[in-house]
Design a protein around this ligand. Structure first.
Ligand code: MTE
Ligand code: MO
Length: 252
């Protein structure tokens, strides 16, 4: 990746504007440098590849903007979710004592963490913006443990390239690369605006990845899987989103 100059990539970006041959060039460059997203096929594939490769080359280590307390939205909007089902109901009645976050895949020590254990880990707090692709957004304060801490505890192997995260809602699963998985602002959250994370906003546990759009911020997470082979999950596109027409990489 280091040998691909930024200028060359930007130049490629200009070529893309010029047409499909530019897209082919971009796809080839991205492939050579290992910057191909899982949903690289199909009509939008070359565009997804360019967005992902450009972000990774130009801004891997950038931070999402953080805000001050008085910028927190007075009335954050909770996007409606499908019915959460009987198992969720049972867990909720028990105060989520029996909720577990499994950590498995390419790790030295698979884990099964309760919400209380997660709360006992070193915490991190951020006031960040959550934006839905449908146009609305809000600023809120989130508290949780960095995903990097959990991956370290589990002993994620050096070959890991993606972390897959699943929700108690089977249709909601997603993944990101190690740049986002190990990013200091990527948190497994359990508090919002100073109180317990409400169910409407994803409680008891929600993935918060402020450098990507709302839909990557999966609610009710139950399982993290470290892998070097994203193709073996779902339809092989990296998450449920591309199966429904949304990009796997939703960087902002
Ligand atoms: N499990 C689960 N996670 C989810 C969703 C969902 O329906 N189920 N919706 C996603 C979408 S499309 C968006 S924009 C955000 C909305 O977050 P909010 O309810 O905090 O506004 O959550 C994301 N995470
Ligand atoms: Mo969304």
């Amino acid at each position: 990746m280091s040998k691909l100059s930024r200028r060359k990539l930007l130049y490629t970006g200009a070529a893309v504007a010029a047409g499909a041959s530019g897209l082919a060039v971009a796809a080839k460059l991205a492939a050579r440098y290992g910057l191909v997203p899982p949903d690289c096929g199909g009509v939008y594939g070359p565009g997804e590849t360019l967005t992902y490769a450009a972000h990774r080359l130009l801004g891997s280590h950038s931070l999402a903007r953080e805000f001050t307390r008085n910028q927190i939205s007075a009335a954050p909007f909770a996007n409606e979710v499908d019915p959460l089902g009987a198992e969720f109901g049972r867990l909720q009645e028990g105060g989520f004592d029996a909720w577990r976050l499994q950590v498995d895949g390419m790790v030295a020590h698979p884990l099964s963490l309760s919400v209380d254990e997660i709360k006992s880990f070193p915490s991190s707090t951020q006031i960040t913006h959550l934006a839905c692709e449908e146009g609305w957004s809000y600023i809120a304060q989130w508290k949780g443990v960095s995903l990097a801490h959990i991956l370290n505890l589990a002993g994620a192997l050096p070959q890991v390239r993606y972390v897959v995260y699943r929700s108690i809602q089977p249709d909601w699963w997603d993944s990101f690369d190690m740049i986002d998985a190990l990013h200091p602002q990527t948190l497994v959250t359990y508090e919002m605006n100073g109180g317990q994370l409400p169910v409407a906003f994803g409680g008891p546990l929600r993935m918060r990845v402020p450098r990507q759009l709302g839909y990557k911020n999966v609610k009710y997470i139950t399982r993290l899987t470290a892998t070097d082979n994203i193709k073996s999950f779902g339809k092989g596109l990296g998450s449920a989103s591309p199966e429904g027409g949304y990009a796997w990489y939703a960087g902002i």
